[in-house]
Write a protein that binds this ligand. Sequence first.
Ligand code: ADP
Length: 363
Amino acid sequence: MSPDLQQQVLESLRGVSFPGMSRDIVSFGFVDTIDVDQGRVRVRLKIQTQNRQAVEEVRDRAEAAIRGVPGVTEAEVVAEMVTPPTPEQSAARAIARDPRLIPDVKRVIAVASGKGGVGKSTVAANLAVALSQLGHSTGLLDADIYGPSVPMMMGLAGQRPQVADGGNRLRPFSKFDVMIMSLGFILDEDTPVIWRGPMVTKAIEQLLGDVEWGSLDYLVVDLPPGTGDAQLTLTQKVPLSGAVIVTTPQDVALIDARKGLAMFEKVNVPVLGIVENMSSFVCPRCGEVTDIFKKGGGERTAKELGCEFLGSIPLDPSIVVCGDEGRPITAAEPEGAHGEAFRSLGRAVVRAVADERPTLTIQ
Ligand code: ADP
């Protein structure tokens, strides 16, 4: 088996869109297996639709795409038609990894980044506030092992959650109309990071299962930065409906964003899209917009990777000040431009996650 050829075949399938749609069959999650034996390639597609003609068309397009890959001598594509799940089945699948953990949470959205310092926690906190302002009941779970910053950003530093149910459950904090729980509330700051990995898996299970989340439309999870084992384990533990990847416009950050995308593909979590943070600098005095890094990198990367571009958040010192003061800018200045940018991100996330749910039904 040649991993290179397998990868190239997968890349070629990203160029195959579903008839009548701009989205490709890889991002829809229709590619089930790719087997490579020398130059012989066999691909199995599982396509959720009731349109037989579309299935045949996709199969033909996929075969043609694979034949165009250098080194491929034979291409066979088997396309299976799968009945789309009902919304109820999809919702059940979303929490199937451990249905007991959070039965009353409808959607769990991970906020992730390939590396630290790109503003992942800032985006997670503001996204949660924005979703709440948009009328959805929302929670925020800070699962960042390396530096849980949600307590500080939400003005809850140094606090301990209350215990309920005779000591069996933790009560989340409620602030800015968001239910909040963080590893920072229960993790001993002195525990070396290297020991945190194994402890964290257990802690996360508790933060999901033993917290009185109540019924939530969205639970936003701030994942640790990076794409290593700890992150991979978490993506498997937390029943995620989809992931939002935060990047900055620098090339290095964009490369890391790609790694993030690959990680979620590995564990079959749909990537809802990419957010570009610190995309341009707005002068607080004159309002002039300066692009410090190359413009449009996040959008380009999203396009190249075949995923949605969910929006960009400007670089602004007031975002730092609000974060440090424990009031996310979306809560501190709801009518301001940044609040609007985060609500626009919230709307894009709601749309993207809804797309993921009933998947595709074309008559
Ligand atoms: P991460 O979670 O990726 O490590 P943080 O959200 O902790 O990143 O952000 C790192 C620093 O960058 C914080 O001081 C935060 O206030 C600041 N920051 C994040 N986003 C912005 C932005 N759009 N403009 C200005 N500063 C920002």
